[in-house]
Each structure stands twice: as C-alpha cells, then as structure tokens.
Design a protein around this ligand. Structure first.
Ligand SMILES: [Zn+2]
Length: 241
C-alpha cells in the first residue's frame, strides 16, 4: 500500500506531484476496533483517509447516548472539512471495522489543501455527497423498517469492506448505527438470521446471501449510489466559473 497509489478516493484524486511532495507527511496506520481517534470538542489534530478500515462519526447526547451518524471508508475522509474550518471536532470518531488508514497532521493537510485544486474539488464533492446521504437517511429513518435499514447498513459495510462477508459487528454497535434500542436491533438480526440471509457468532455478523439482502434493503441505497455516481462523474473543479 503506497501513498502514490492509494485506495482512498480523496487521496487518489490529488495530482501526483502534489501527493508526492506530501508523501512523507502521510502515515499509514493500523487501527483496532473501538479505538477512539477524535473526541468531540477537541481540536482536530489529524485528517484520516481510510484504506481498509471503516470509521464511524458518533453524535453524543447530553445523557451520554451515542448514535453513529456517519460511516467513513475508503470513499471519504474524517476531519477534511473541520481541519480547514473551525478546526474543532463535533463528533466522536471511532474505529468500527479494524484495518488500515492514512493519517496526516492538520497543518500539513491545510498546506496540501491550499496547493491542490484537485483535492479541493474532491473534498467539495465529498461534502456534497455527505449532504445528499444525510438527507436520504433522514427520510430513511422516518419511513423504512428497521429490517430494511439493517439490510442497507450491512450492505453499506460489505461495500466499504471490499466484499468482506464477515463483519466484526456487535448488536450494540448495529443498534448505535441504526439509532434504535438494542432489543430492536436484536429482533431485526434474528429475523434476517431465520430467513437465512445472515449468520451471527460472537461479535461477528456474517452475510450469507448478498442478493437476498439487496432484495430486502430499502431503496435509499440506490438513491445514494446514484448521487455518488453523479457527483463523482461531474467534470467541474470546485470553484470553476
Ligand atoms: Zn431507506
């Protein structure tokens, strides 16, 4: 895994000469499940560009409850907006699926952002996609069943883990992603298991039938995939007149 040929979408968009100039300031690190990379309220010290790891951004209530509001894999980055804006984190960033991620210190990232118009365009597209996803998922949470949403979530993770069928995912974590009580997540998992779509073992949900999950998942997945294709294919630079 080399910085000159990253899997991460944002890094892959950067002009080769700009990426090469910052190669020494990118660190590839192995992260483990549950590792907290950023606490809310803290200054953003690093920007993360996942390769095989999946990170989750969690919103915390005053009662200490956490809902994972965003999953970030190789298609995105964490801290890419905040490092150039308020420089403050508003979400708790933790590792959902262990693996590898690139990390760059925020000051170096700001230099790179300033130097690379391709990175600015990619970050702008990433923001547009996150807004599209957030809108879709507000509708999804209001309208679609927990079982449909569980299938969508498992398929989203399956894609982000590059087709890995055994997802290191507890029912507690799934409940946090879905924003439901643990008992509700347990019931949805049990129903999918009875149908033969998935199998569970301690701390792992294994996907047995991808096609069945696709049939059961809500259509929000298709809507987000359509938005991603359109946004990524748009051939404009971020500030083109
Ligand atoms: Zn939906």
């Amino acid at each position: 895994m080399s910085p000159s040929s990253p899997t991460n979408y944002l890094l892959s968009q950067i002009e080769p000469h700009a990426l090469m100039a910052f190669e020494g300031r990118l660190t590839l690190m192995e992260v483990i499940r549950g590792q907290v990379l950023q606490e809310p309220g803290a200054e953003v010290e690093y920007v993360y560009f996942p390769e095989t790891a999946v990170l989750s951004a969690g919103a915390e209530t005053s009662a200490g409850e956490i809902v994972n509001v965003d999953l970030i894999g190789a298609e995105g980055a964490c801290g890419a907006f905040e490092a150039c804006g308020s420089r403050q984190a508003f979400a708790r960033l933790a590792v959902l699926i262990p693996g590898k991620t690139w990390r760059m210190a925020a000051p170096a990232y700001r230099e790179l952002f300033d130097r690379s118009s391709a990175l600015r365009t990619a970050v702008h597209k990433h923001a547009e996609l996150l807004i599209a996803e957030a809108r879709q998922f507000v509708a999804c949470n209001a309208l679609h069943t927990v079982e449909n949403r569980t299938c969508r979530t498992l398929l989203d993770l399956f894609d982000r883990c590059l087709g890995e069928r055994s997802l290191p995912l507890t029912r507690d974590t799934l409940a946090q992603i879905l924003g439901v009580q643990r008992t509700t997540a347990v019931a949805a998992v049990a129903s999918l298991q009875r149908a033969g779509h998935i199998r569970t073992r301690r701390g792992v949900i294994e996907i047995l039938d991808v096609a069945a999950l696709r049939r059961t998942a809500c259509t929000c997945r298709d809507a987000v995939a359509f938005a991603r294709r359109e946004i990524q294919a748009a051939d404009h630079t971020a500030c083109e007149a």
